[in-house]
Design a protein around this ligand. Structure first.
Ligand code: G3P
Ligand code: CA
Length: 320
């Protein structure tokens, strides 16, 4: 039976699976590091688990993060929002009706737009919810993790395996959170500082779609952590020049580099970014090893977000 299937079966039968995954994690790293086929340059490229191994397990659960770790991801992504009582929790959306059973448990707590917002629920309330995949019905057993719980798990796995897997937090909608009276940026940096993670040499990359939030963290809050600007398209030269003064890279959508399996016309985004010493880590690859190889080898990106870390680890180890 393939290791991946064994891991998934293991998850479905155990309530605290992640500690036992250390052996799988060691194996994944050893495989990658010892691959004779992998060109040295390619081995430096990062596999970033998008919302955990979200192609296999409900996104933003400890189980999905642990599976990503086991599959050999270099960085694991928590999207970050905040609860009513000011606790950072991991979720992609600022509301939760699509990924939890909140409507069933808390009827009447939605806003006028029909959505149930994290910021309107305490952590104790959030912990009663069951997390589900976007197309699944609720599966009891999956909980919303706090960011502290996620960082604790990664730290323990790193201690037990000797690996140095990082996290790449994305504060979601900082402007909206600020307008709601719950600014995210300082809390996020404080949470990382509580884990001793403050330096650019630490295994942390902060990413955000809002340039102002990144600039605030660098210039006002004096963070030294690496920072990546997420963008749906290809930034122009002026934006790249500005980014180069305080950020470390860009995270463009795939379509800024490749569309329908073809390199986009006049595709020079990676070159323009590299000229300014900005890394390029596009989002989000799926279960497509050939496409993942193109991004690593043909487009020369520095890393990529993927829902299938095992596929990307394999693709990285293979020449075109
Ligand atoms: O952060 C990279 C990627 O996750 C951005 O897209 O919408 O999945 O957060 P999204
Ligand atoms: Ca994200």
């Amino acid at each position: 039976m393939p290791t991946r299937i064994k891991v998934i079966l293991y998850f479905s039968s155990c309530c605290l699976p992640w500690i036992a995954l250390a052996t799988f994690a060691c194996g994944a790293e050893t495989d990658n590091a010892s691959s004779k086929d992998s060109p040295p340059k390619a081995r430096e490229k990062l596999v970033i688990a998008h919302r955990g191994a979200s192609g296999y397990l409900p996104e933003h659960t400890l189980e999905a993060y642990a599976l990503a770790y086991a599959q050999g991801a270099d960085f694991i992504e928590p999207d970050v929002v905040i609860s009513k009582d000011g606790v950072l929790v991991c979720n992609h959306d600022i509301h939760m009706q699509d990924t939890t059973n909140v409507a069933e448990l808390f009827p009447g707590r939605q806003r006028a737009d029909g959505r149930y917002y994290f910021i309107d629920f305490t952590l104790a309330e959030l912990k009663t919810l069951a997390v589900k995949g976007r197309r699944d019905s609720a599966e009891p057993g999956y909980q919303i993790p706090t960011l502290a719980e996620m960082l604790t798990m990664i730290r323990r796995l790193n201690e037990r395996t000797g690996r140095n897997v990082g996290t790449i937090p994305e504060p979601k909608s900082p402007r909206w959170h600020r307008d709601e009276g719950q600014p995210l940026e300082a809390k996020l940096l404080d949470q990382y500082a509580a884990f001793g993670l403050t330096q650019r040499t630490d295994p942390v990359i902060v990413q955000c779609f809002e340039l102002d939030a990144l600039r605030r963290m660098r210039q006002e809050l004096k963070s030294d952590l690496r920072m990546v600007y997420l963008t749906g398209g290809a930034p122009d030269d002026r934006t790249l020049d500005d980014l180069a003064t305080f950020a470390d890279g860009i995270g463009p959508a795939l379509k800024a580099i490749e569309n329908d399996g073809q390199s986009v016309r006049d595709n020079d985004l990676v070159r323009r970014a590299h000229e300014r010493r900005l890394k390029v880590i596009p989002y989000t690859l799926g279960n497509d090893e050939a496409q993942t190889r193109r991004f690593f080898n043909q487009y020369d990106v520095d890393g990529l977000f993927t829902d299938f870390p095992d596929v990307a680890v394999r693709a990285r180890a293979t020449r075109q």
